[in-house]
Design a protein around this ligand. Structure first.
Ligand SMILES: [Zn+2]
Length: 442
C-alpha cells in the first residue's frame, strides 16, 4: 500500500543553488571585492565550467548507467544534500542558478506565471523566450528582480558563455541582460554578430523530435568546446544539457529510453572532459556538475484545476475567476471569502500535499489560513506570489523499474513537488579549487 506523507514540519530549502553560485564566486575571485549585488568575491585565474544536467536524479549515477560520472564523483567532490529550490521546476531553478537567490528574490516563481500586468487573461509560459521578453517589457526590465551572474561578471570584465540545449526560456534566464556575455541556443544567438561563426563551426540547427535529443545535445556540447573555449575563451561557462529530463517526462524514470538518454549524456560528459584535456586546460578548469531538480513517477488521475471545477470553485478550464499556473492558485481580486474555501477543499483531498499561503506577518512560518504554511518557509514570498501554492502528495513507493518516489498528480513522470525525490539534486565538482575524493553533507 502506498503511504502518503503529510507535510507537517517546517521545511527550509538549503542554500544549494546559492551555494553553487557563491562557489563560482569563490573560485573566480581572489583579492578583489565586488559591490554590485552585495556578492563578495575574489577572482582567480581558473576557468569555471558548470554543467547542468536537466532532471538528473543522484541515484541515476551508477557504474553501469553512467560510468564516467561515477568515476568523476568518486575522484572529485560531491555534495550529499544538494537541493533544488522550491517549486522544483526547471525555470525557477534556472533563475536561481543565474542569480544565486531563491524565488523570493528573483521573482521567477514558477514554470508558468500569472502576471496581470502582462496578460490579465492568460498564464505566461516561461519556456518561451517570447513570453519572457513580454514580462521584461511590461515590468520595465524586471524579468528577474535581482542582479544576475552575467551582470556581476561583466562588472569584473570576466566573460560568461552559455550553451543550452534546453528550452529557449531556461536558456535566456541564465543570462537575461543583453550585452552581458554570450548565449548560444538553437533559437537564440546573443550577440547575433556570432551567427555566421556559429553556423560555420557547428553547422545548421537540425530539427529533432525523437527522444532522446541526441543531435541537439551534441551540438550544444560542441559549442562549449569550439566556441566557448576556442573562440570566446570564457572565464565562466554554463552548459545546459536538456536530457534526461524530456525523455523521463514522456517515458518514465528508469524506462529503457531514459536509460539510453542517461548513457548518452554520460558519453557527452566524457567528450567535454576529453576536449578540455586535448586543449591542455583540464587541470586549470573547475568543473561543477549539477542538476536543477530530481524526478518522481506520477500516479495521479486528477489535476488541481479539475478538482476546483468539480467542486464549483472555478467556473471552467479557461475561466479567470480562479487561475492556476502549475501548482499556484490565483483568485481574482484575492477574494478573501473564496481563498479559505479552496484551502479547505485542498486540505480534505488526500492526494494534495502541503499548502502554502501568505504569512500572518513577515516572519511567521504559518500562513494566514489555519493549517497552511507561509510562503516564506519556502522562500517564495514575493509581490508576484499567488494566493495559494500547493503540490501533489508523495510517497516512497517504487515504480516498475525500481526507482523510488511517486507523486499523486497526472502524467508519466515529473517534478515540482516537495517530495525529496524531486528536491534532492546532483552536485559534483572537480578541479584545482576543489578537494578530491571528498563527500560532504552539503
Ligand atoms: Zn529541469
Amino acid at each position: 500500500m502506498i503511504r502518503y506523507h503529510n507535510f507537517s514540519r517546517k521545511i527550509g530549502i538549503f542554500i544549494s543553488i546559492c551555494f553553487l553560485f557563491f562557489m563560482i564566486g569563490r573560485v573566480t575571485t581572489m583579492g578583489h571585492s565586488i559591490d554590485k549585488g552585495n556578492v563578495p568575491f575574489v577572482l582567480s585565474g581558473n576557468r569555471v565550467l558548470m554543467i547542468v544536467i536537466d532532471g538528473l536524479r543522484p541515484d541515476y549515477i551508477t557504474p553501469i548507467i553512467m560510468p564516467n560520472l561515477s568515476i568523476f564523483r568518486k575522484n572529485g567532490f560531491s555534495g550529499q544534500n544538494h537541493h533544488a529550490v522550491y517549486p522544483t521546476s526547471t525555470r525557477i531553478n534556472s533563475a536561481s542558478i543565474a542569480t544565486g537567490t531563491y524565488p523570493n528574490k528573483h521573482g521567477l516563481l514558477n514554470n508558468s506565471l500569472y502576471l496581470p500586468v502582462v496578460n490579465i487573461d492568460h498564464v505566461l509560459n516561461t519556456k518561451k523566450i517570447s513570453d519572457l521578453l513580454l514580462i521584461d517589457k511590461f515590468t520595465n526590465g524586471r524579468l528577474l528582480t535581482t542582479v544576475s551572474l552575467g551582470e556581476i561578471l561583466q562588472n569584473r570584465d570576466r566573460k560568461l558563455f552559455i550553451s543550452s540545449s534546453g528550452s529557449s526560456g531556461s536558456a535566456y534566464l541564465l543570462n537575461h541582460k543583453p550585452g552581458t556575455g554570450t548565449l548560444l541556443h538553437r533559437e537564440i544567438i546573443l550577440p547575433d554578430s556570432l551567427a555566421s561563426v556559429v553556423e560555420k563551426l557547428l553547422g545548421p540547427v537540425l530539427e529533432e523530435t525523437k527522444r532522446p535529443l541526441v543531435k541537439t545535445v551534441r551540438r550544444s556540447v560542441d559549442a562549449i568546446l569550439k566556441i566557448g573555449i576556442d573562440i570566446i575563451n570564457a572565464d565562466v561557462i554554463i552548459a545546459w544539457i536538456t536530457e534526461p529530463d524530456g525523455t523521463a517526462h514522456s517515458e518514465g524514470i528508469g524506462a529503457p529510453l531514459t536509460i539510453e538518454a542517461l548513457k548518452f549524456v554520460d558519453n557527452e560528459i566524457s567528450r567535454i572532459i576529453d576536449g578540455l584535456q586535448v586543449r591542455g586546460i583540464l587541470k586549470s578548469t573547475n568543473i561543477i556538475i549539477v542538476s536543477d531538480h530530481g524526478f518522481s513517477t506520477r500516479i495521479g488521475e486528477k489535476s488541481i484545476s479539475s478538482l476546483l471545477i468539480d467542486h464549483g470553485l472555478k467556473s471552467d478550464k479557461s475561466s479567470t475567476d480562479v487561475i492556476i499556473a502549475n501548482d499556484a492558485i490565483y483568485v481574482n481580486e484575492h477574494k478573501e471569502e473564496i481563498i479559505p474555501k479552496i484551502v479547505r477543499l485542498l486540505q480534505k483531498t488526500s492526494w494534495i500535499g502541503p499548502i502554502f499561503t501568505r504569512g500572518n506577518n513577515s516572519t511567521s512560518n504559518m500562513g494566514w489560513i489555519p493549517g497552511t504554511l507561509s510562503f516564506s518557509t519556502m522562500m517564495w514570498d514575493h509581490e508576484r506570489s499567488s494566493d495559494i501554492l500547493t503540490a501533489g502528495n508523495w510517497s516512497d513507493a517504487s515504480n516498475k523499474y525500481g526507482f523510488k518516489g511517486v507523486v499523486s498528480l497526472p502524467g508519466v513522470a515529473g517534478h515540482n513537488s516537495t517530495s525529496p525525490y524531486d528536491i534532492k539534486a546532483t552536485f559534483l565538482a572537480s578541479g584545482p579549487d576543489f578537494k578530491s575524493q571528498t563527500k560532504q553533507q552539503t
